[in-house]
Design a protein around this ligand. Structure first.
Ligand SMILES: Cc1ncc(COP(=O)(O)O)c(C=O)c1O
Length: 396
């Protein structure tokens, strides 16, 4: 059948693709070490599950307002107030089917055909694809591992000068595991002051996963003067280990949130009712599990970074946030491993999966082919086992 031309340039999510290949191998009985996962390996905390059960028992099983229940909008506003002393009115919040859906709604609500979306690389795979689906033109701003993937103010200024409708910021980062300090975010905001037509998308979904005593502040806290053109994206998936529940949100100026609500009302209607009630509990009474999970991720991140740096030809920055590392493996390009010549990150990931049964995600769809992404959302034993396999395969 003829597929619409708007799909011609859209890629399937690379992260989901590698995960399903690893899962298929596992199903065949192969002992695969999966460093491809984009989700915490912990169960959803008990108090949150109890809230969902209660909602179910109370019959909260019907349509809700398309943009979410007022209780959850209020809970999001309360979260912003408690964590960052940022005042948000509930009508500046929309509840969505995960953070991904919030971003998709916002691109659809804001972009005119051909408008530029500036995306610093490495980036989460969905930003350029969603921007294209909404008729936008992704423009990539390269950063380098040598600078810790920081956005240089001069480079940002130059890129914005070309006329950018939306700048996408994501810290802590998927895939690179960096986390900007509030001062670094402030330096970006200073540049944005000179570009009043640019809207800021601040993806803060990893806000609670931050390591080494670093501090995270919401963009709305760091740059309150830009609130009139900032949209913050977030969700319960990573903080509360609730990826399957599919609850996210966006916070922004009321007119944008209303427009996103119109999109949502025609596309999906409300996010699942009982999942919304579970999210109310998560935000209003965050369980201790959140900090316990963060601490465990911190230990694992360090273990994995140390282990990667002990492998010949692998260079990795420390984990600053989220649960990913993004090592440079390009020293192995040009080699033949397991009978296959390694030309780039896709070959590297394929050989690693097929020959060593270790799943990593190629860096190419994240905007940097010298690197691959590893998730440390898996046990310490799994990390040790996977890294040993990598070491054995990669040794000269
Ligand atoms: C950077 C980033 N933003 C947004 C999301 C969306 O998360 P969800 O749709 O599960 O809430 C993800 C998930 O992997 C992510 O890594």
């Amino acid at each position: 059948m003829k597929i619409a031309s708007r799909l011609a340039q859209i890629e399937e999510s690379a992260t989901l693709a590698i995960s399903s290949k690893a899962k298929a191998m596992k199903a065949e009985g192969i002992d695969v070490v999966n460093f491809g996962a984009g989700e915490p390996d912990f169960d959803t905390p008990a108090s949150i599950k109890a809230a969902a059960k209660k909602a179910l028992d109370e019959g909260k099983t019907k349509y809700t307002p398309a943009a979410g229940i007022p209780e959850l909008k209020k809970a999001v506003a309360g979260w912003m107030k408690r964590l960052y002393a940022v005042e948000v009115a509930p009508n500046q919040v929309i509840i969505t089917v995960g953070g991904k859906h919030a971003l998709a709604n916002a691109f659809l609500a804001l972009l005119e055909p051909g408008e530029k979306v500036l995306i610093p690389a490495p980036y989460w795979v969905s930003y350029p694809e969603q921007a294209k689906l909404a008729g936008g033109v992704p423009v990539i701003l390269q950063t380098s591992a040598a600078d810790g993937f920081r956005i240089k103010p001069d480079a940002l200024r130059k890129a914005l000068s070309a006329g950018v409708r939306i700048l996408v910021l994501n810290t802590p980062s998927n895939p690179a595991g960096f986390a900007f300090s509030p001062a670094e975010t402030r330096a970006i905001a200073d540049v944005l002051a000179d570009f009043p037509d640019t809207i800021i998308f601040a993806d803060e979904i990893y806000e609670k996963l931050i390591f080494g005593g670093r501090k995270f502040e919401s963009f709305l806290k760091v740059a309150p003067e830009l609130a009139g053109r900032t949209i913050v994206f977030n969700g319960v998936a990573k903080t509360f280990s609730m990826t399957g529940w599919r609850i996210g949100w966006a916070i922004g100026p009321k007119d944008v949130i209303d427009a996103m609500g119109t999109v949502q009302s025609q596309m999906t209607s409300n996010p699942t009712s009982i999942a919304q009630w579970a999210a109310v509990e998560a935000l209003n009474n965050p369980p201790d599990d959140v900090e316990a999970m963060r601490k465990e991720f911190e230990v694992r991140g360090q273990l994995m970074a140390d282990g990667l740096n002990a492998i010949e030809g692998v260079k990795c920055l420390p984990a600053e946030g989220a649960f990913y590392l993004f090592p440079d493996v390009s020293a192995h390009y040009g080699r033949t491993l397991g009978g296959k010549k390694i030309g780039g990150s896709a070959d590297f990931a394929t050989v690693l999966l097929e020959k060593a049964h270790v799943a990593v995600v190629p860096g190419e769809p994240f905007g940097n082919d010298r690197h691959v992404r590893l998730s440390f959302a898996c046990s310490r034993e799994t990390i040790a086992k996977g890294l040993q396999r990598m070491k054995d395969l990669l040794k000269k």
